[in-house]
Design a protein around this ligand. Sequence first.
Ligand SMILES: [Zn+2]
Ligand SMILES: [Zn+2]
Length: 343
Amino acid sequence: MLRFGFTSLQLDGANSDAGQAMALGGLTNGVSNLELTAAYAGIANGGSYYKPKLYSKIVDNEGNVILDNTVEEPTQVISEQNAWLLIDCMKDVVTGAGGTSSAAKISNMTTAGKSGTTSENRDVWFVGMSPYYTAGIWVGYDNNGYKHELSSKAGETSFHKKLWSKVMSRIHQNLENKDFDKPSGIVQVTICTKSGKLAIPGVCDSDGRSGIVINEYFADGTQPTETCDKHVLANICADTGLLATTMCPNQIVQSKVLLPAMQDGVAEAVTLDTAYGISSNLAAATCTVHTGGVYLPSIYEQSGAAAGAVTPTDPNAASAANPDAAAADPAAGDGTAGSAAGQ
Ligand SMILES: [Zn+2]
Ligand SMILES: [Zn+2]
């Protein structure tokens, strides 16, 4: 933040800005629009920051230079690669599916940016950039105290994006559309969004939902190298959708998301993954209808922890190799296997 030229940060005392809230803009004194826009311009400029200035030079009536402010001394504040990745994220804000600032799109021009809002809609911001220009806009009351909130219903929290777009569209109307220059050292890899690790073909993309496996850009050297540890292939009882036992007559191999195991007696939270997952708590995840034996996929037998794709083994072979699997499972013998999940 200091390298980006912000001068209003409070770095000492009880209200120090040096904390995690800074990442969300939770600053004691806030920042000025000029400094904020200059910082974004540094990102748009490949991580190269120029201190903002209000004039370039002043000359007298004979053309003699009195004040010269044209010397440019940029500072590289973040790497070119990280700057480009930030821009790539901020393009999604404007033009991506579900982006919150589509109203800010500059007519016929690559646009990136980020909106901001303070508590109770007292201030709204948008700072955005094209490959040519960066601009920032703030809307609010001079006195932003109680009862000076902007009304989202009346469009007061969105019109600044339209205003920004109108101004920038005029500025860009004779400029050729182009994209931000992509530096060397950017790689694209296919990742699983459930783990953030490399997607396993045939496993992560068999989750049953779209958009689980995506292509993502990384600065070379920061891309994941491990494979997904959230998806497993498991033998599932087709009748109950739970992990199959040796007694389940209809078994299918399915890709499942491993859901976090909860403490005993604590009901598992229902999330968007619930319908596509199995509990890491095997007692809660194993078929309760066809009981009499428990078939555990080999990965659990080996390590008790998930480690990527599980190749289902022959249920008979598994139980033969580990005849104590059922007995060792405390829930298998007392008929309470299913109750933990339902409480
Ligand atoms: Zn995965
Ligand atoms: Zn079953």
